[in-house]
Design a protein around this ligand. Sequence first.
Ligand SMILES: Nc1ncnc2c1ncn2[C@@H]1O[C@H](COP(=O)(O)OP(=O)(O)OP(=O)(O)O)[C@@H](O)[C@H]1O
Ligand SMILES: CCCCCCCCCCCCC/C=C/[C@@H](O)[C@H](CO)NC(C)=O
Ligand SMILES: [Ca+2]
Length: 554
Amino acid sequence: MEKPSRLLCSELCVQRRLFEVTLNRTALAWKDTEITKKHTGRAIYGAVKAGIHCVPVCEIIAVQEKEDDSPCKDTGKWQKVPPSPADSYQHAFTVFYVERMRQHCWRCSNVTFHCSEHSTCLLWVQTIREQLALLTNRPKNLLVYINPYGGKQRGKQIYDHKVSPIFSQASISTDVIVTERANHARDHLKMEADLKKYDGVVCVGGDGMFSEIMHGLVSRTQQEAGVDDNSTEETLMPCGLRIGIIPAGSTDCICYATVGSNDPVTSALHIVVGDSQPMDVCSVHNEDHFLRYSVSLLGYGFYGDVLTDSERKRWMGPARYDISGVKTFLSHRYYEGTVSFLPAEGNSGTPRDKMLCRSGCSICQQSSSDDLVSKNEDSVSDAECQDTWTVIRGKFLAINAASMSCACPRSPKGLSPSAHLADGSTDLILVRKCSRLNFLCHLLRHTNKKDQFDHSFVEVYRVKQFRFTPRYQECDSEVDLRESGATGKQFLSQICKEHRACGCMPSQSNWNCDGEILPHTAIQVRVHNQLIKLFARGIEEQPVFEDPFAHCAI
Ligand SMILES: Nc1ncnc2c1ncn2[C@@H]1O[C@H](COP(=O)(O)OP(=O)(O)OP(=O)(O)O)[C@@H](O)[C@H]1O
Ligand SMILES: CCCCCCCCCCCCC/C=C/[C@@H](O)[C@H](CO)NC(C)=O
Ligand SMILES: [Ca+2]
């Protein structure tokens, strides 16, 4: 690999030791030269690897000149330290950068370089700032919405104490709105906000707050593009602005699955460095009526019932999900209905492979280029499309569609560990009626390393569209049609035209759509590939103390 040419190279002092400091277009590095010089008269670079530090330019947060500073400035007190050449290094600048900690957490670290000449100090500050200005993916103006009532009601505190200082340091200007009611942020984004002013929108809250922001942005984008969101056939317009999530909710699964942690400082730093993670969005319709968008979990049966019960216990905070989870598990209700789906095609993998979606995921990248090709061929494929729907009828304890892993602190590998963030598909998990013990075993496997799909009563499919009709809404004609092997379009046009009662006592659940209850049980779902982008990069492969020289081509 060709080395990028050096922009600057100076001998500077860090904590009273001399370092050779170099900057090129990709990295800032400082090497401890003092010891090697003393022994050999010249530096043996690379010999003392431990003495070399390297920070990629794209992970520098800011640089600031330090006024009137020196490593051993006279404090008026007696100093034990003997005079050293470092004493003449009286000018200083500080570089703030991303440091990786355990469990995908990032911190803002800093290093102060002391210079003997003020002009050298200014040159370094100016050159680093010039390099940062070239990073055009970084946001400069953000619109921030804070839900003061999400999670443990600490959204405002988290933003003021942990996030706002990082944004100021990175010279990001913000307009902050503390929401006053549910859907305040959604409506403001949809109808009022002057979005041209911003490079991104940030929500401080949980999955519900993220959902508000996403709905506001997606709806606004469709309105402006003249796309009718009630149509189940239309191709939706991707959103231009990225969304940042500062986790302050109860589950925070979207943040956890896109960053790898639910740590506010880490999220703030991903926003500052201008990360970009595309993400699929499912549209949910009831016949020709748009209901909602979903990015994480669409769950009927178990997760629908947990949510319905937990909404009455909001005052309990995050613990409400545990109480309602146990209660719902004990009730052991099952639901009858028909699920039909269009399997995902191409190189999409399967929910049971071990191809985890990680930063730079090749399956997600491949799907975006496949999508471009298929959009160009749209007119042909529409006419010739012979997609065949698979139809499954049964009694289910849970029907879950996980468009991403849904990893969260309660389930670190998630509902579908190999689901992808941006592959244009959702993993449809059907848990058929089984004993309480078997269901418990399945649930507990979400929290350990065992495969939660390895049960006779669990089926899982990677799909691009699906529909669900509860038993009591089915009609005979539909059943006949299905049994006669009708194609997708014939079959779907006939579904439940009559809504005839089935003569049984149907039990009915609700759909949990990213933590919101849907008003309908019969739904049609379609995945829209990479409709939105987040300030995230997916979960990094090597979270813990990666090789510090990996980025360093100096
Ligand atoms: N000012 C407000 N007053 C009341 N409700 C609000 C306000 N602002 C937002 N909301 C609503 O609060 C709901 C829950 O918020 P949020 O998602 O932030 O927290 P959570 O439900 O505790 O966490 P999670 O969604 O991760 O489980 C959201 O659906 C949002 O619409
Ligand atoms: C009786 C033992 C139960 C153990 C079960 C552990 C399984 C946990 C799986 C959690 C998956 C959460 C998926 C996230 C969904 C979010 O969209 C939503 C909104 O925040 N959260 C919930 C809880 O519905
Ligand atoms: Ca997906």
